[in-house]
Design a protein around this ligand. Structure first.
Ligand code: 13P
Length: 250
């Protein structure tokens, strides 16, 4: 397989500045010789602390969201210009917590995707079905709609800076991981959706991460699957002891 593995840590709403600095330093030191691509995505308030620690390392700096507008009267929002100013390279968009807790819809997510890409960011676009959608046999349909709508208007050239993350909502923070076979089936399906939209070469190239209770114990089995190209890690990304073994699987 020619795709490089890409292991990302989504720190969600955890850590103070000193805790974040400690984790970033540990990751920088322990992943120095890591073979894969890496990213850490701390909260907005931690970016300025973490940026200088990751600068010049093999760990990219990510944000967990951005506003859909460039700037203006948007109380409580954070702009791509502000993220760029801090040295952020990647923005995670459409995370299930944004979709389901904060009611972000595909149109809003698509607007953010296009804005972030237009400012040169890499985007990790998250997709994934709810438990009831999976039980109703709609997992593929949900992932297809989120992919197609999320990427609406994204050019083939810009797709080079898009990573997809399949995060079945029922597997996030629950300790329930999708089996490698079930995850791979959705990844393969989504890759075929990309092939339909952008052609087979783009589909072969695009990185599709899996997220949802990835742990040191299950990472290698997931990554061994043909269509799983990395991980978006939540809980296990909060400690170097659990993130580093995932990041150095294999
Ligand atoms: P957990 O690894 O805690 O299940 O979280 C996954 C996730 O949502 C990463 O974005």
């Amino acid at each position: 397989m020619s795709r490089n593995y890409y292991i990302a840590g989504n720190w969600k709403m955890h850590k103070t500045r000193s805790e974040a600095a400690e984790l970033a330093k540990a990751l920088a030191a322990q992943l120095k010789d890591g073979k894969h691509r890496y990213l850490a995505a701390p909260s907005f308030t931690l970016l300025e602390t973490v940026a200088p620690i990751l600068k010049g390392t093999n760990i990219r700096l990510g944000a967990q969201n951005c506003a859909a507008e460039e700037q203006g009267a948007h109380t409580g929002e954070v702009s791509v210009l502000q993220l760029k100013d801090l040295g952020v390279q990647t923005v995670i968009l459409g995370h299930s917590e944004r979709r389901h807790v904060y009611r972000e819809d595909d149109a809003l997510i698509n607007k953010k995707v296009k804005l972030a890409l237009s400012h040169g960011f890499e985007v990790i676009l998250c997709i994934g079905e709810l438990l009831e959608e999976r039980e109703a046999g709609k997992a593929e349909q949900v992932c297809e709609v989120q992919t197609v709508k999320g990427l609406d208007g994204v050019s083939a050239a810009d797709l080079d800076r898009v990573v997809l993350a399949y995060e079945p909502v029922w597997a996030i923070g629950t300790g329930k991981t999708a089996t490698p076979e079930d995850a791979d089936a959705i990844h393969g399906f989504v890759r075929r959706v990309i092939a339909r939209l952008y052609g087979p070469a783009a589909a072969e190239k695009i990185i599709i991460q899996y997220g949802g209770s990835v742990k040191p114990e299950n990472a290698a089995a997931l990554m061994a699957k043909e269509n799983i190209d990395g991980a978006l890690v939540g809980g296990a990304a909060l400690k170097a002891e659990t993130f580093v073994p995932i990041a150095k699987f294999g």
